[in-house]
Design a protein around this ligand. Structure first.
Ligand SMILES: O=C(O)CCC(=O)C(=O)O
Length: 289
């Protein structure tokens, strides 16, 4: 018994002679407890770095990006443009290198743009559309595959529902009059069904003009910060000024699967500079290529 008492008093006295490490650990533990108490009572708050969050527009939000494709993309964020039509701008969707890559691939093969004849479903020349363009077949190389995968991720529409990318070039005076991307004939909906949405990627800035305009949108551009920079054509509706790397997504169909006439859109004439863009049309079903 006496031996047991002696041992326990030895243990006790060893505890009192704590090492400096034990003291530091105890102090840190006590400090953490105090901090946790202050945090839980709301007396203290942790600083949140909001440098990446755009500040000037209530609808803007940051969108996480993936690291595929070529080049470095600038700060990614999504802007809600309007609900009628349902349209969004994905800022810095493409890198400068990706824009240049698409132009380089397409440039040697550009031909006068055509429109689809709704009676026959065939392409025909038209004064409605005066740009030049060419199609890059779906999945043709690793960079195109990465861009098409990104489009699918951002739109939630599978890659297989998309047509090949169309690259467009507008010189001064060239334009695309307002039109719908959806079809009103049976012929053009045989493959993939109706076109549900369009992603328009701007591959270059345009010095003046060349805006994408929605003349039937529920509100026009007069309340937007860039209104004074718009051409006369751009002021006739809700407009987006082309900016290299940005992408405009708009829906030709409403969530109830009816056609949306407010998706009427066109490319304003370029007044100064050149406009390069790339369009991805997406269908409700798989589009066979
Ligand atoms: O170039 C534009 O801004 C419009 C292009 C367009 O309407 C289209 O490709 O369907």
């Amino acid at each position: 018994m006496a031996r047991a008492v002696a041992r326990s008093s030895r243990v006790f006295s060893a505890g009192r002679r704590s090492s400096p490490y034990t003291l530091i650990l105890t102090a840190l533990l006590a400090l953490s407890m105090v901090l946790l108490m202050l945090l839980s009572l709301g007396i203290l708050s942790l600083p949140i770095n909001s440098d990446n969050a755009p500040k000037s527009h209530p609808h803007r939000s940051v969108y996480e990006s993936t690291k595929e494709g070529i080049g470095e993309r600038g700060k990614q964020w999504t802007e809600i443009l309007s609900w009628e039509p349902r349209s969004f701008i994905y800022h810095n969707f493409l890198s400068k290198e990706e824009c240049e890559y698409l132009i380089k691939l397409a440039e040697p093969h550009m031909a006068k743009s055509t429109v689809v004849d709704s009676a026959t479903g065939k392409s025909k020349d038209s004064r409605v559309r005066t740009s030049s363009g060419m199609f890059l077949s779906r999945g043709r190389d690793k960079t195109i595959q990465a861009i098409e995968k990104r489009i699918a991720d951002f739109t939630f529409i599978p890659v297989e529902h998309g047509e090949g990318l169309q690259v467009l070039h507008y010189e001064v005076g060239q334009k695309y009059e307002p039109h719908y991307d959806y079809f009103l004939d049976e012929f053009n909906t045989k493959n993939g069904g109706q076109r549900i949405a369009t992603l328009l990627m701007y591959l270059s800035d345009v010095e003046e003009g060349g805006e994408t305009v929605f003349p039937s949108a529920k509100f026009n551009s007069s309340s937007l910060p860039w209104y004074n920079e718009l051409s006369e054509c751009g002021k006739k509706g809700l407009s987006v000024k082309p900016k290299m790397g940005d992408a405009l997504l708009f829906w030709s169909m409403k969530p109830d699967a009816t056609l949306d006439p407010s998706s009427l859109h066109g490319g304003c004439p370029v007044i100064k500079g050149n406009k390069w863009s790339s369009t991805k049309w997406m269908h409700i079903n798989e589009y066979k290529v």
